[in-house]
Ligand binder design. Structure first.
Ligand SMILES: Nc1ncnc2c1ncn2[C@@H]1O[C@H](COP(=O)(O)OP(=O)(O)O)[C@@H](O)[C@H]1O
Ligand SMILES: [Mg+2]
Length: 238
């Protein structure tokens, strides 16, 4: 039997907009196994980002629970939740969210700095820099370390964001429309990076509205009417 890394149990989430309440997730049940590359597809507005934020401990469900390695995220205190977000989960977003004031090496080091005290940072800095350089090298960016994000193309920025997501060796890599801002050739090259990471053992959950790119994943599910539908039965989602 496979190891379940992440489990969603009967998740409900609604947003209040003034007097109106919008129900987005209406009972999501899902298990993510170690070593999977899972794609969650759904139309725009179907709740993909909402779901991913819950998986990453960035938001809380109204009802139901998210278990990471068997532990309920909602029961973690603030320290435990911060550790989970910083160490166990890595995030890649559509718009990269890099810091323009920092060069790309520094951007990749941000999660290491955020995760340790000043004393610990001084002692682990040299090792962290070597690791960040190695990750950026694997992303084809070894000659760009001193460049600022705005000096890079979209695909290169996303590679920096992937390196940043991996710097603390996350158990789970979460990606929200990682190719959504890229042309199709560049998007494909980013997907190849995810595929290679998955072949090397990285567990990945990617959400996307694009059913074509979801075919790269090892399993695909759909978010429809606030619930999970197994398989890929409706090719046209946009
Ligand atoms: N913070 C929020 N406040 C109010 N409504 C929200 C908020 N975030 C998302 N929504 C609404 O919830 C629905 C799902 O959003 P989202 O999870 O971003 O969908 P997707 O990522 O699939 O496009 C949309 O109708 C969106 O407008
Ligand atoms: Mg979204």
């Amino acid at each position: 039997m496979s190891d379940v890394i992440l489990e969603a149990r009967n998740i409900h989430k609604a947003y209040r907009m003034g007097a109106a309440q919008v129900s987005v997730l209406k009972g999501v049940d899902l298990k993510v196994n170690a070593g999977e590359f899972l794609a969650v597809i759904g139309a725009s507005g179907s709740g993909k980002s909402t779901l991913l934020h819950l998986f990453g401990g960035l938001d809380r469900a109204d009802q139901g629970s998210v278990l990471f390695q068997g532990k309920d995220l909602t029961r973690l205190g603030m320290g435990g939740l911060n550790r989970f977000r910083n160490r166990d989960a890595g995030f890649v977003f559509q718009f990269y969210h890099l810091l323009d004031e920092l060069n790309i090496l520094e951007n990749v080091l941000v999660p290491v700095m955020a995760g340790c005290s000043v004393g610990a940072w001084l002692s682990c800095r040299a090792q962290a820099r070597i690791k960040a350089q190695d990750l950026l090298g694997r992303m084809g960016l070894k000659d760009r370390l001193a460049h600022k994000p705005y000096q890079l193309s979209g695909g290169e920025r996303q590679r920096v964001a992937i390196a940043r997501a991996l710097i603390n060796d996350p158990v789970l890599l979460l990606a929200d429309e990682p190719t959504g801002n890229l042309d199709s050739a560049t998007g494909n090259s980013i997907l190849e990076v995810f595929e290679q990471l998955n072949r090397d053992g990285q567990t990945i959950v990617m959400v996307t509205h694009d059913a074509r790119i979801a075919h790269q994943a090892t399993r695909t599910i759909q978010l429809v009417d606030g619930k999970i539908r197994q398989g890929l039965s409706e090719p046209n989602l946009s």
